[in-house]
Design a protein around this ligand. Structure first.
Ligand code: FNR
Length: 394
């Protein structure tokens, strides 16, 4: 069984996880504890959560049209497997934002994970570190960035840019001090989109002080309060409401560029002109994303935008992608269409809801095993082999 242990090595070949499941099944009669089919996993998580958090995770803007478009756009591209190539050994590693990653995958920033599991972000960050996948800590997290950092592993900090410049600078400096290696500025959520599911339940956890840990722990924010949040939470929440979020403009970027040496990527870019201008403004890259269809109903599918943005700035700057990734094939398709790496969103919450850190790790290993196998079986041995030639429109 020594070789079996080697198979669970955190950065070992990802598809060995598949073989391990067969070995445990045939050798010990064990079955995987969590579903290994994506639809079964999603359904189990859906059933496990209460109505309000379920609505928050599954909900989208307006009619849900953008969420559907994200999924449809991924289905509209098909992989055309190629054969007789040297794919026995694969190398999924990739250089992203100055770090060598075991695979071109990171966790998307997701706030207030405590509504899904009591350990929230701490569990997800531990799972990401165990697999070697970067964790993106949200400004809207229920745990502080310093607590999240204690999980170890590669980490990026997602900034919701506050109206107050001093608080904004403090968040960025704290991220630097806590070992975050990139700043991800989310552009598309200065107001919340029209989200019928949450509206119908009157559900916004931040208003009861859940998901604002970065602020409650921030020395500059705290200094602006008459009494500390531990004594007057409602006043702290009121102050938080008054300072989130700034409607960031192009001319603001120079200030941010000036206060940090860390790579900065802009999240929510969907137009090639915005991508080009981001590079001109000294940004290191973009995340092509429509926030998982939670902001603008009727928006362009993120994958369709990726094609434009990668054509415009691919090679000049880092192009990350999210919104609609639901399986290994989706990751492969986004990489083929020009993403340097892909961010996983809702599916890791499914794992979190079902089994905390173990659940997130399950999701990551399942996804990476699928990516690895899909690449091998399609004739791609390295990430560089993932090009548009491997795909065709349905
Ligand atoms: C998000 N997303 C998000 N983005 C961000 O920059 N900061 C945040 O705090 C959050 N919070 C958040 C909560 C929940 C419940 C969801 C589902 C999403 C957006 C996230 O980073 C990513 O863009 C989407 O999740 C991608 O879409 P899919 O693939 O999850 O559908």
């Amino acid at each position: 069984m020594g070789s079996f242990l080697a198979m669970t090595d955190p950065v070992g070949p990802f598809s060995d996880w598949q073989y391990g499941i067969y070995l445990r099944g045939m050798g010990m009669g064990e079955r995987p504890e969590l579903p290994v089919a994506w639809d079964a996993l999603e359904r189990a998580a859906y059933d496990a959560l209460d109505e309000a958090p379920r609505g928050y995770v599954w909900g989208g803007a307006g009619t849900g049209d953008t969420m559907r478009a994200n999924l449809d756009a991924l289905r509209a591209w098909r992989i055309v497997p190629r054969h007789l190539r040297a794919v026995e050994a694969r190398d999924l590693s990739a250089e992203v934002l100055g770090s060598r990653l075991p695979a071109p995958l990171a966790l998307a920033p997701i706030g207030v994970q405590s509504i899904v599991h009591p350990e929230g972000e701490l569990a997800s960050a531990r799972a990401a570190a165990a697999v070697g996948v970067p964790y993106t800590a949200s400004t809207a997290a229920a745990h502080t960035m310093e607590e999240i950092a204690s999980a170890g592993g590669e980490r990026w900090y997602q900034l919701y840019w506050p109206k107050d410049e001093a608080i904004c600078a403090s968040l960025v400096k704290r991220a630097e001090a806590a070992g975050y290696t990139a700043i991800v500025v989310t552009l598309d959520t200065f107001f919340l989109g029209w989200r019928p599911t949450d509206l119908a339940q009157g559900f916004l956890p931040f208003l009861r002080g859940e998901g604002i840990a970065q602020f409650l722990s921030d020395p500059v924010f705290r200094a602006q309060l008459a009494r500390p949040p531990e004594e007057d939470l409602q006043a702290a929440v009121g102050h938080w409401v008054s300072i989130v979020n700034k409607v960031v403009q192009w001319e603001d970027l120079a200030w941010l560029r000036g206060i940090t040496e860390l790579p900065i990527v802009l999240k929510g870019v969907l137009h090639r002109d915005d991508a080009r201008r981001a590079v001109a403004a000294g940004m290191d890259g973009v995340v092509v994303s429509n926030h998982g269809g939670r902001q603008v109903d009727g928006a362009v599918a993120a994958l369709d935008a990726l094609v434009d943005v990668a054509d415009e700035i691919g090679g000049d700057a880092t192009v990350l992608f999210d919104s609609g990734i639901r399986c290994g094939a989706d990751v492969v398709k986004a990489l083929c269409l020009g993403a340097d790496a892909v961010l996983l969103g809702r599916p890791f919450l499914w794992g979190l809801a079902l089994a905390g850190a173990d659940g997130v790790e399950h999701v990551l290993r399942m996804l990476l095993a699928e990516v690895d196998l899909t690449m091998a079986l399609s004739g791609a041995a390295t990430v560089a082999d993932l090009t548009p030639e491997l795909l065709r429109r349905a």
